[in-house]
Design a protein around this ligand. Structure first.
Ligand code: COA
Length: 330
């Protein structure tokens, strides 16, 4: 069976920088509190009127330019986000329309911080099956519209930023490619990090009362996320290593989801990986959820951290809980 590989990568971050000091002007928090607990210094916010699909479009254009390809060359779209343009239809179709193409299939993946990782696994399977040859896989988020800029919502508001990344996945003609994907979930933790507003069991499912109660803002039990993340990340890294008969030292670079610098430092320590091998850009972007991994990949490539033959481990953990890893030979 043909192996699938990442042919090209792109990213887009909105211009507007929002520092911890800017947030401290909006509600009770401080640069010191945020940096100490998360490592975040600033994040980017999209302007009013900008959709998730708009950021995705820019990242896709960057990816296509780097591949020397046109939108017409894409034969399928996989779109990961937790901040879709609308509840339905899926955001993939808006991206397709903005790219100026029609007819090709669009699949939306709703897996939050592991959305890109799951999407890459799906694209990998489609390519290996021979179904498609040029799959655009995008992770994009506009979080800034749905954060609660008050003391009540500050634990979540300081963490997230807007941004998008995209990759093209196609058949490999050599030994490079996605070696394996390892996907997990545990629905017992579904309420630990969630957006409650869409409660379809209620008739009507959104009321003035639920809005007054602030259910349109994400809620999180931060400590629980932290606690489970630092066990599941090393666990799935080891699972991926074992599946490929690799040792932790064989990995040239770890691209962890950028949720919290402390989570990643803790995981690196547990795995015995030097911190410089655990890529990090959360300082500048915060948590861009589905955008985080392709943005990290794009920057790591630009910084010369990835070469032909490099072994890359992507690992992510997030709401659901969902978590996973994949190993890629570049
Ligand atoms: N600024 C200042 N104070 C804040 C704050 C903020 N942004 N957010 C919370 N606090 C306060 C709390 O109100 C609490 O005050 P109290 O002791 O007077 O009640 C205190 O800080 C400690 O709150 P707590 O939630 O226990 O802090 P924490 O040490 O667990 O850190 C997180 C909070 C969110 C940084 C941490 O739990 C975390 O990073 N968890 C993982 C989150 C994550 O990665 N989510 C995305 C997953 S994909």
């Amino acid at each position: 069976m043909t192996r699938a590989k990442i042919l090209s990568v792109g990213r887009y971050l909105p211009e507007r920088r929002v520092t911890n000091f800017d947030l401290a002007n909006m509600f009770e928090t401080s640069d010191e509190w945020i940096q100490q607990r998360t490592g975040i210094v600033e994040r980017r916010y999209a302007d009013e009127g900008v959709f998730c699909s708009d950021l995705a479009l820019e990242a896709s254009k960057d990816c296509l330019k780097n591949a020397g390809m046109k939108p017409e060359d894409i034969d399928f779209i996989v779109f990961a986000t937790l901040s879709p343009d609308h509840h339905f239809p899926g955001t993939g179709v808006y991206l397709q329309r903005k790219l100026g193409i029609t007819d090709i299939g669009c699949l939306d993946i709703r897996n939050q911080c592991t959305g890109f990782l799951y999407s890459l696994a799906v694209a990998d399977a489609f390519v290996r099956m021979g179904m498609y040859k040029r799959i655009l896989v995008v992770g994009s988020e506009v979080h800034s519209s749905a954060l609660h800029y008050t003391k009540e919502g500050r634990d979540v508001a300081v963490l997230f930023g807007d941004g998008a990344g995209a990759v093209l996945v196609g058949p490999s003609d050599g030994s490079s490619g996605i070696l394996s994907s390892h996907l997990h979930a545990d629905g017992r933790y579904a309420e630990i990090l969630m957006l409650e507003i869409f409660n379809i069991s209620k008739k009507p499912y959104i009321t003035h009362q639920t809005l007054d109660e602030g259910k349109q803002y994400p809620k999180m039990v931060g400590r629980e996320v932290f606690k489970v993340a630092v066990t599941k990340i090393p666990e799935v890294v080891n699972e991926a290593l074992n599946a490929n008969n690799l040792k932790v030292e064989d990995i040239d670079i770890f691209l962890p989801h950028q949720a919290n610098l402390r989570i990643n430092q803790f995981a690196a320590q547990q795995l015995g990986v030097p911190e410089e091998k655990f890529f990090s850009n959360i300082q500048r972007y915060g948590n861009t959820t589905a955008g985080s991994l392709p943005i990290a990949l794009s920057e790591a490539l630009e910084q010369g951290l990835i070469h032909e033959g490099s072994l890359i481990m992507m690992v992510a953990f997030g709401s659901g809980f969902t978590w996973g890893a994949n190993i890629i030979r570049w």
